[in-house]
Design a protein around this ligand. Structure first.
Ligand SMILES: [Zn+2]
Length: 202
């Protein structure tokens, strides 16, 4: 029991109390449930890895986004986590490729640029600077990190670094503002300011 609790506590966001609750849940459950959980964990490790190009979770390397000829390989969207890809895919309004950072910069949390997958993002973009108009490589980078303090800091850092290695590359930030279906009466000042800044022509 304590062995399982110790292992569960290593998971992000799981404290001792939660770990105990999860362990007791497994203990009270069926053998089949416990085995299904263990199998899922082992299979994840055995079959899934990170794409060597975009760092997305995949069972083939490079992943299906990176090798899909129907997708626009000149348009790249930078996201924080692999799960963000599903959110963007659901819109059916993006057909480019991705780059997953696996986190955001957080000086307080001890996450610097070296802890994120930034180096292989810059190496994907570097050839553009050397060979700018050959039709190969990335032409635009959309930075789609969250509009949180860490997400904005990460976006600002990336914009500077990308401009440094590929000055001719178009670097854009996703718009933020008033959520669809909400009343602007309830928007805070930061949200409203961004909504005004990000306004567009009809
Ligand atoms: Zn990939």
């Amino acid at each position: 029991m304590s062995r399982l609790i110790d292992e569960l506590r290593k998971l992000p966001g799981v404290g001792t109390k939660s770990a105990q609750r999860l362990a007791f849940h497994v203990l009270r459950g069926t053998d089949a449930d416990a085995r299904a959980l263990a199998d899922a964990l082992l299979e994840l490790r055995a079959k899934l890895r990170l794409c060597s190009v975009c760092n997305n979770v995949t069972d083939v390397d490079p992943c299906t986004y990176c090798t899909n000829p129907v997708r626009d390989q000149h348009l790249l969207c930078v996201v924080e986590e692999p799960t963000n890809i599903a959110t963007i895919e659901k819109t059916h309004s993006y057909n480019g490729v991705y780059h997953v950072l696996h986190g955001t910069l957080s000086p307080i949390g001890g996450v610097g640029p070296e802890q994120l997958r930034i180096a292989n993002l810059l190496s994907r973009l570097a050839p553009v600077a050397a060979d700018s108009d050959d039709g190969e490589g990335i032409r635009e980078v959309i930075v789609a990190t969250s509009p949180t303090t860490e997400g904005e800091a990460t976006a600002a850092y990336l914009a500077v670094e990308i401009r440094r290695i590929a000055p001719s590359l178009r670097v854009t930030r996703i718009a933020t503002g008033v959520p669809a279906g909400s009343d602007i009466e309830y928007a805070d000042e930061v949200t409203m300011t961004r909504a005004l800044e990000g306004r567009r022509e009809f």
